[in-house]
Design a protein around this ligand. Structure first.
Ligand code: ZN
Length: 409
């Protein structure tokens, strides 16, 4: 029997135990205090006991202080199994926090009582992110139980606060944990695609801007006595639209759509009646920009456009950065973690993978900004954050087999 056949067989033996672990995890709702929960402490204590049972060589806890959380902390766990060489580590990073269940009437089962039905486990967090939290723990158990020493160290990073900004999670961990190295492989299994064919390696920058155009209100019949803020805003919107699209035309086929997008979106109500000329007009833009461009530079061009409008209409227009998030440098398509993951997904699922970029930020951006390559992947029906979230048990078990490929190569 080949090593892969042995490990696949071993992982299959854990199927029931993996489902049981899902049930235990669901019993411990780990919701961020900002979303109305108590944090991750109880779930973390349970996971820590499981890590101890598996027999990792080291298990360390890095607690970020958060007075709003139970016991005042947001725990982060790092567990390692030593390989033949400690030159590099194969990391699997998952998160223990979950989003609130939302309207309970929409759930057919109790979100905190995992329910198994037709090969699926229903419950909040079962796919996001417990499916692969469990899979990554059991692949190490299989390695240990078979007495295999993997070629390199294998590490699990299990963080808090992924759903609400990562301040107490990965962002904190990167400051206090010195153990990540450039040559490491970092997989973040938290990106849903039903057939597992997508590997996320890049993201666009996000810039949300709020503009307040201040004119002078007057009666609809005497426009010359006021300054119509609606006209100011409308002309500004048209000029920004033209300038942004003409100045930033690059395309990158990694992304869908392949171009940067610049969209005027929300517009606040100005006056309630037709016969008043509005003295103020408030509007917003949602810009998703290819990583090749610098947001600061784009913003200064926006400011220049605003200055011209201010001069033309003799008004003031303020700009507020509602969101201003420069994208991390992409992980190269041929990075080792991507190539290894391709092989793993092909071996287990028989699927050819495609690297993609997305329009919003993922937690991998923290790794990428810190100079580490990281790939984000997953195989699930996109039920995360929804009522009746479920994990397909086969996916959980097979993901563990795919992770084994990464650990043993
Ligand atoms: Zn997630």
């Amino acid at each position: 029997m080949s090593e892969y056949e042995r490990i696949d067989k071993k992982i299959e033996e854990y199927r029931e135990a993996m489902v049981e672990m899902q049930k235990e995890l669901c019993k411990r709702p780990a919701i961020s205090p900002v979303s109305g929960g108590k944090g991750e402490i109880e779930k973390a204590q349970y996971i820590k006991r499981k890590l101890e049972e598996v027999g990792f060589d080291s298990i360390d806890e890095y607690d970020a202080k958060d007075p709003k959380a139970k016991k005042g902390i947001r725990p982060n766990l790092v567990a390692k199994l030593h390989g033949k060489s400690s030159e590099k580590t194969i990391w699997f990073m998952t998160h223990m926090d979950v989003v609130p269940p939302g309207d309970l009437k929409l759930w057919h089962t109790d979100p905190w009582k995992a329910t198994v039905k037709e090969g699926k486990i229903y419950g909040r967090g079962t796919t996001d992110n417990q499916q692969d939290l469990v899979a990554s723990l059991y692949v190490v158990k299989a390695i240990k139980d078979l007495g295999i020493t993997p070629p390199y160290d294998v590490g699990l990073v299990i963080v808090s606060d992924e759903e609400t900004g990562s301040k107490y999670g990965l962002s904190y961990l990167l400051k206090v944990y010195p153990g990540f190295k450039k040559e490491d492989l970092i997989l973040v299994p938290d990106f849903p695609s039903p057939d597992g064919s997508l590997i996320e390696v890049a993201e666009k920058s996000i810039m949300w801007l709020k503009f307040v155009a201040k004119g002078k209100q007057t009666h609809g019949s005497t426009p010359e006595k006021g300054i119509n803020a609606n006209r100011v805003a409308s002309e500004l919107i048209c000029r920004l639209d033209k300038m942004l699209h003409e100045s930033y035309p690059k395309r990158n086929e990694l992304f869908d759509p392949p171009n940067s997008t610049f969209e005027p979106t929300k517009r606040e109500g100005n006056v309630p009646n037709v016969n008043t000329i509005p003295g103020e007009d408030v509007f917003y833009w949602d810009c998703r920009v290819l990583p090749a461009y610098n947001l600061k530079e784009i913003f200064s061009k926006v400011e220049a456009e605003v200055k011209q409008i201010e001069k033309k209409f003799k008004v003031s227009v303020s700009i507020e950065k509602v969101m201003f998030d420069q994208a991390a440098p992409p992980t190269p398509k041929d990075a080792l973690v991507v190539e290894s993951l391709r092989k793993a997904v092909k071996r287990v699922y028989g699927v050819d993978t495609k690297t993609i970029g997305i329009g919003g930020g993922t937690v991998a951006a923290y790794f990428r900004r810190a100079g580490f390559d990281a790939a984000v992947w997953g195989k699930s029906d996109e039920t995360e954050h929804q009522p009746n979230e479920y994990c397909i048990i086969d996916n959980m078990v097979n993901d563990a087999k795919a992770f084994a490929t990464l650990c043993l190569e």
